[in-house]
Write a protein that binds this ligand. Structure first.
Ligand code: IPM
Ligand code: MG
Length: 354
């Protein structure tokens, strides 16, 4: 099994080092090859996604990704900015389906900004479309019309794009097996946007193939509110690229820390890129205090979805649960009465618990 490991910028290298150590300890025939990406790619070759990094990613069975971005590069032209690397990887590899689970570990309910009873036991999945929408729609640009400068982007979804992500949503709902009947909530802005009107129509049609899944629709503004009012009403949410970006950050906070959330980005055959949903956290980079658990849990998703190693995935998830039960906490999830540890100590504890 060939893995492309792309640590990236900021805390990326620190958290990836821990995930790699955990993977190595499993004793699986994993061949890991590392390559620079983001600001590190720009430093190495003048391009946030160097050609050699892209071909490594294309040849690998799966990709483990840290994070990209650094304020140092904010003044570069857009094509050279670190964020372009992850956008290009998603597009080039056809990684259209982004799965972002948000689970509240019972031990961390007190770390959430919401009341523990609102979030305890929460287990939702956001399925975000990742290669379309206003992120990639053309035309886009900054132009001058009648002497006035304006910026413009295009929100756009084709019927096949909507259909395939809707199917991922329905299938994910069907597979989750949380007990009770599976539910899918499709989130759009159909009261205002044409794109959303088509979205709603196609998702509704697709529902016929999944009679066991109960489909509802919700406007994105209402969804943002419901997520903090009563998040447990949701099971699986399916939505477009832009709404999914925003709602998944919001959902991460329900869990106590963005440092806990893994994600999988899959193509049509199940090959995937796995990354924590948090960013590079430049303010704490290099200090050895970042939470490696989102990345370690991303490695678990990788084993399950792309490498057919669900047993090993479950071992990692159980080990993470154990260290949380033992009271170990990085700074982002630390609460009184628990033991504050750094990145390396957290990684070592997961390995010990395997
Ligand atoms: C994410 C990030 C990216 C996105 C950025 C880094 C381009 O926010 O993965 O959610 O907007 O998709
Ligand atoms: Mg985001």
């Amino acid at each position: 099994m060939k893995l492309a490991v792309l640590p990236g910028d900021g805390i990326g290298p620190e958290i990836i080092a821990q995930a790699k150590a955990v993977l190595l300890r499993l004793g699986l025939p994993l061949e890991m090859q590392e390559a620079p990406v983001g600001g590190a790619g720009y430093e190495a070759s003048g391009d946030p996604l160097p050609a050699s990094t892209l071909s490594l990613a294309k040849e690998a069975d799966a990709i483990l990704f840290g994070a990209v971005g650094d304020p140092r590069y904010d003044t570069l032209e857009r094509a050279k900015r670190p964020e372009q690397a992850i956008l290009a990887l998603r597009k080039e590899l056809g990684l259209f389906a982004n799965l972002r689970p948000a689970q509240v570990h019972a031990e961390l309910a007190a770390a959430s900004a919401l009341k523990p009873e609102v979030v305890a036991g929460l287990d939702i999945l956001i399925v975000r479309e990742l290669t379309g929408d206003i992120y990639f729609g053309t035309p886009r640009g900054i132009r001058t019309v009648n002497g006035v400068r304006e910026g413009f982007d295009t929100m756009r979804y084709s019927e096949p794009e909507i259909r395939r992500i809707a199917r991922v949503g329905f299938e994910a709902a069907r597979k989750r097996n949380k007990g009770g009947s599976p539910r899918l909530c499709s989130v759009d802005k159909a009261n205002v946007l044409e794109t959303s009107q088509l979205w709603r129509e196609i998702v509704t049609t697709e529902a016929r193939a999944f009679p066991e899944v109960e489909l509802t629709h919700m406007y994105v503004d209402n969804c943002a509110m419901q997520l903090v009012r009563n998040p447990k009403q949701f099971d699986v949410i399916v939505t477009g690229n832009m709404f999914g970006d925003i709602l998944s950050d919001e959902a991460s906070m329900l869990t106590g820390s963005i440092g806990m959330l893994p994600s999988a980005s899959l193509d049509e055959r199940g090959k995937g890129l796995y990354e924590p949903i948090h960013g590079t956290a430049p303010d704490i980079a290099g200090k050895g205090v970042a939470n490696p658990l989102a990345t370690i849990l991303s490695a678990a998703l990788m084993l399950r979805y792309s490498l057919d190693q669900s047993g090993a995935a479950a071992r990692i998830e159980a080990a993470v649960k154990k260290v949380l039960q033992d009271g170990l906490r990085t700074a982002d999830i630390h609460t009184p009465g628990t033991r504050k540890v750094g990145t390396a100590e957290m990684g070592a504890a997961v390995i010990a618990a395997l």
